[in-house]
Design a protein around this ligand. Structure first.
Ligand code: ZN
Length: 92
């Protein structure tokens, strides 16, 4: 039987909504858990009230980068696209 790891240390990662650019619901990740930088995850945004891609922010640098990119409209298309997938209103 595999050993069960006792309460691994976790850290909280922030997620920012690509649609409104606001801080969404944080998730606990195991320390050392890594995707690439600026990983996307579809989460429910309490401000937009839809499921939309969020970007995972692990540190201050990424946070600054995201805010700057968001201001520049870098995520606009991506946000619209990811929202379109979950839209209830289907035409035709
Ligand atoms: Zn949002």
């Amino acid at each position: 039987m595999a050993k069960r790891t006792k309460s691994p240390s976790c850290e909280e990662h922030k997620f920012y909504c690509l649609l409104c650019g606001r801080e969404g619901i944080p998730l606990l990740r195991k320390t050392g858990f890594q995707h690439g930088a600026l990983h996307r995850k579809k989460l429910y945004c309490p401000y937009c009230k839809v499921e939309v891609n969020h970007i995972e922010i692990k540190n201050r640098d990424e946070e600054e980068q995201f805010k700057e990119d968001f201001q520049n409209g870098v995520y606009k298309d991506e946000a619209e696209e990811s929202r379109a997938f979950v839209g209830n209103s289907r035409r035709g």
